[in-house]
Design a protein around this ligand. Structure first.
Ligand SMILES: [Zn+2]
Length: 218
């Protein structure tokens, strides 16, 4: 099964990806990880990506596409994968479609993890990190034993700038703007499945399983 995952930060996409991978016995290809690995292994595309990463710039579409293709070829994953973080642009989506088409393959499903903005803001802004040992907590799902104090080392718990509500809101708006064209792209191809993701992990995963069963039966 070949699946693409879409969803804003805080929607729990990474957790769901791992659960799908475990149940279906297929690999998760997370773009950030693949790029880091390609650079580390100095693959042909990794070397190209390195220049952009080193200069602090964005890795251009064509290089991201090259790296994803290189990885799928290398590990012989054409029969099944879960893509997380790719495609991110229409150009990448078209390239993915073309590379599958060359092999007479196509995607089976695109899962969009939809979560209310206010819910994501609540989840992410509840994160706290220890100033001293960097241990992370979540006031909702994984609170420290004593308020404001690290269980592990007694250090002070603080909120990262990235986790401040106004910064999260900005990130969500950027994500929505970037992703809207992709949602339309996959909707037109009848590949898009919306997974309501406000609830607990297990509940979201049950919905994922339902969708994947439907896709398999198609
Ligand atoms: Zn600590």
């Amino acid at each position: 099964m070949r699946i693409v995952l879409l969803g804003p930060p805080g929607a729990g996409k990474g957790t769901q990806a791992k659960m799908i991978a475990r149940d279906l016995g297929i690999s998760v290809l997370s773009t950030g990880d693949i790029i880091r690995l390609a650079i580390k292994n100095q693959t042909p595309w990794g070397k190209k990506a390195e220049k952009f990463v080193e200069s602090g710039g964005l890795v251009p579409d064509e290089v991201v596409i090259g790296i994803v293709k290189e990885k799928i070829d290398q590990d012989d994953l054409w029969s099944g994968f879960i893509l997380d973080g790719f495609p991110r642009t229409i150009k990448q989506a078209e390239a993915l479609e073309a590379m599958l088409g060359e092999r007479n393959l196509s995607l089976d499903a695109v899962l969009y993890f939809a979560v209310d903005k206010e819910e994501v803001i609540k989840r992410l802004s509840s994160r706290r990190v220890c100033e001293n040992c960097q241990a992370t907590y979540n006031l909702l799902s994984n609170p420290p034993l004593q308020e404001g104090i690290c269980d592990r080392c007694g250090g002070k718990l603080v909120q990262r700038d990235d986790d401040k509500p106004e910064v999260i809101r900005q990130r969500l708006e950027t994500y929505e703007k970037e992703t809207k064209p992709l949602i339309d792209f996959y909707q037109k191809r009848n590949l898009l499945y919306v997974i309501p993701s406000n609830g607990p992990i297990e509940e979201v995963y049950n919905k994922v399983k339902e969708v994947l069963e439907e896709v398999t039966a198609r």
